[in-house]
Design a protein around this ligand. Structure first.
Ligand SMILES: Nc1ncnc2c1ncn2[C@@H]1O[C@H](COP(=O)(O)OP(=O)(O)OP(=O)(O)O)[C@@H](O)[C@H]1O
Ligand SMILES: [Mg+2]
Length: 323
């Protein structure tokens, strides 16, 4: 297994205590796989992804319990130097805001060469040629010119292409992409997503894609994890989760997906707001918004079938009435 998370819990510490943002999160992803993590804002998607990369391991304001393994190595027990060796080399990231990932006062060339030469023995000329090859692959015209620019001299779409090239240049085993296209306009969004998924598939890189958009996972990922209020409520092969959803929340998300034939008709959004992940509640966390909720849902938290956590193909939902 490439990445495995077991009973992952992540909390943010504050003066008043620890707010648990992710609870009981499990995942297994193999080589050349693609996994989508979807859910509404605040459901814990980014927190889960950051913990999966080991980015929260040494953060003083975070508590991480359970475990995450990268090729059997625990990322929660790995020293900072070991993690830094993995990042950019075996695991890379593409975030929503490329400006925050780049240094504003360094030319693109310096930043990409530094990354390559940090992980590979390569002279500047070779590293530069490699950067140009990748810039071509991600569809950046005139790569030489892009290399000479500063981040603020590029458009959002160009910057995100640069980030994808930087994520792939060391040929990692996995890329975590957290809402990589939500800041871009619609046509550019789909171009960038298709470049990312095509290159990951071509190079056998596993893609873990975080998005609030089910339509995006429908097109791009083999496996789908649906999060609600900090926990996984449904998971399975994307075609199963979208084609035969078992959880009322997933059904609500699907019903709210814009479709071409819907035209200007208003989509039925799920009424009410989600419970914050840290709120105390012993029942099903979706119950207050659920059209199917019964007494048992208010009282006891439905579990997820154990097999779904270990098996890359199984489909399960945490609902008392899941079929
Ligand atoms: N640095 C932080 N300190 C304290 N609480 C945080 C921090 N980051 C996130 N949270 C809280 O953790 C919960 C999960 O947030 P997270 O950002 O993981 O959600 P998300 O699903 O990625 O949302 P979005 O779709 O808006 O990006 C939220 O309740 C959020 O307020
Ligand atoms: Mg997020």
């Amino acid at each position: 297994m490439l990445i495995q998370a077991e009973n992952l819990h992540v909390g943010y510490r504050s003066g008043t205590g620890t707010a648990w943002a992710v609870k009981n999160f499990s995942l297994a992803a193999t080589y050349a796989d693609s996994v989508g993590i979807v859910g509404e804002s605040g459901s814990g998607k980014s927190t889960a992804a950051l913990a999966l990369m080991g980015l929260l391991t040494h953060r003083r304001d975070c508590v991480v319990k359970g475990d995450v393994f990268f090729e059997g190595r625990s990322l929660l027990r790995e020293a900072p130097a070991g993690l830094r060796k993995l990042w950019g080399d075996r695991m890379s990231m593409v975030f929503q805001d490329p400006m925050s990932a780049l240094n504003p006062v360094m030319r693109i060339e310096e930043q990409i060469l530094e990354l390559v030469r940090c992980h590979r023995r390569m002279d500047k000329k070779k590293a530069r040629d490699l950067a140009i090859t990748w810039f071509n692959d991600v569809g950046l015209p005139d790569p030489q010119n892009i290399l000479r620019r500063y981040p603020h001299q590029l458009s959002g779409g160009q910057l995100q292409r640069v980030m994808i090239a930087m994520a792939l240049i060391c040929e990692p085993d996995v890329i975590f992409a957290d809402e990589p296209t939500t800041a871009l306009d619609l046509t550019i969004q789909s171009q960038i997503l298709s470049i990312l998924t095509r290159l990951c598939a071509d190079f056998g890189v596993t893609l873990v894609l975080v998005t609030h958009d089910l339509a995006v996972v429908a097109e791009t990922t083999r496996y789908t994890i649906v999060m609600y209020s900090g926990s996984i409520v449904e998971q399975g092969k994307t075609e199963d989760v979208l084609g035969r959803p078992q959880h009322p929340y997933t059904r609500g998300l699907i019903a709210a997906m814009p479709r071409i034939e819907t035209g200007t008709q208003r989509l039925p959004a799920i009424a009410g707001a989600p419970m914050t992940p840290s709120a105390e509640w012993s029942g099903c966390r979706f119950a207050p918004r659920c059209p199917m909720a019964e007494e048992i849902c208010q009282k006891s938290r439905p579990g997820m079938a154990a097999t779904a956590r270990e098996n890359l193909a199984s489909h399960a939902a945490a609902c008392h009435f899941a079929q």
